[in-house]
Ligand binder design. Structure first.
Ligand code: ACO
Length: 341
């Protein structure tokens, strides 16, 4: 489908504290060699007293500045996160208040690591149906607050950070965007794989009017680490290496374009081996499968907009190029969008 849209601006924020693999080797039984060869991660940024919403505000402000859009001209703010500061207010409302985006309505979206691209697709539907409309999407995660730093199978993988884009069906100066641009998307989910990646929110209520004994209740997913993330890595790996390429193939088909029309794929950064395997499966030049995981680790839903922002600022991604944004994550969820930058 063709939609009048433009990514007007982008921004990202990474906490100052950098933790390299050697620092993990001092607290758990792991090594730089294991982490780099199995994941491609060398270091990651971790919050040091900062909150998810603080990072979201910083990334959002950079995207607004880059777009040349005033906060009061934002109509919708969507924040994606699985690590909010509060259940209410949602993180998007905190971002709205801090950025003074007084005319925006706000909601959070949680599709784990697929969150950003899912929010991007929701924004596209607004852009296609309503005019004029300008949307700020911010993805922010402090996974360090739900990582179990005694579990070497998970904690070394994750980093913190935030990324943001401003999308609109109007130029920043209010002019029409013409002609309409190619856009397609595909999303899927497999709830039967929910147990591959779990983190608990709340326990079953034992309120003053409840007589039920919950002591023998088994957790649906066998999750035993409370709010801390638990993951069946090899199962997620297998899912990712098939789900991501199949989503990419579907968006190419829907957009009626070929892999050779794609300038870059901006994928969720979970593991370099997953990205290489996905590129091979697709027959994509590995250079076109962008990666920044060596320096960021897996920042869940924030990883796609952080990666996008870094490669735009480095000059590799340029205006008019055709991109595929793709990801997968807990849920299980997965999907892709084909768009023009
Ligand atoms: N250091 C040293 N050894 C380790 C470490 C570590 N950090 N982690 C695991 N090992 C050990 C395991 O204990 C195991 O040892 P054992 O055989 O003695 O029991 C051995 O290494 C192999 O473990 P596997 O889990 O089979 O290792 P694998 O090669 O599959 O790599 C990894 C694990 C990196 C997690 C991989 O499975 C993976 O990347 N999976 C996908 C993860 C993912 O994409 N997650 C994100 C999705 S959701 C989200 O992003 C929020």
């Amino acid at each position: 489908m063709n939609i009048p849209y433009k990514i007007l601006g982008n921004g990202s924020y990474l906490p100052e504290l950098t933790v390299d693999n050697e620092m993990y080797a001092q607290i758990i039984d792991t090594s730089d060699e294991w982490i780099t060869t199995r994941t491609g991660i060398s270091r990651r940024h971790l919050c040091d007293g900062e909150t998810t919403s603080e990072m979201a505000v910083k990334a959002g402000a950079k995207a607004l500045e880059d777009a040349g859009v005033l906060p009061e001209n934002i109509d919708i703010i969507i924040v994606t996160t699985l690590t909010p500061d509060y259940t209410t207010p949602n993180t998007a409302c905190i971002v709205q208040a801090d950025l003074k985006a007084v005319n925006a309505f706000c909601f959070d979206l949680n599709a784990a690591c697929t969150g950003f691209i899912q929010a991007f697709d929701v924004a596209m539907h607004y852009l296609n149906a309503t005019e004029p409309v300008t949307v700020l999407i911010v993805s922010a995660e402090s996974l360090s607050k739900i990582a179990d730093f005694t579990d070497r199978r998970t904690c070394v993988l994750f980093g913190d950070g935030a990324g943001a884009v401003v999308v609109s069906n109007r130029e920043a100066n209010g002019a029409d965007i013409a002609p309409a641009r190619v856009y397609s998307s595909f999303f899927g989910a497999d709830g039967t794989g929910g147990g591959y990646m779990t983190g608990k929110a709340f326990e079953v209520a034992v309120h003053p009017f409840s007589d039920s004994d919950q002591s023998a209740r088994a957790d649906r997913f066998g999750h035993e680490t409370g709010i801390y993330l638990s993951m069946k890595g090899p199962e997620v790996y297998k899912f990712a290496t098939t789900a991501m390429p199949s989503a990419v193939e579907k968006v190419l088909e829907r957009a009626k374009i070929n892999l050779t029309d794609i300038d870059y794929v901006v994928p969720h950064q979970a593991n370099d081996r997953i990205l290489q395997a996905a590129a091979k499966r697709l027959g994509l030049d590995p250079e076109k499968m962008l990666s920044n995981i060596a320096e960021t680790g897996n920042t869940s839903s924030a990883s796609v907009p952080i990666c996008l922002d870094q490669y735009v600022r480095s000059g590799l991604i340029q205006r008019g190029q055709t991109l595929i944004l793709t990801g997968f994550g807990g849920g299980l969820t997965y999907g892709a969008c084909a768009c023009i930058f």
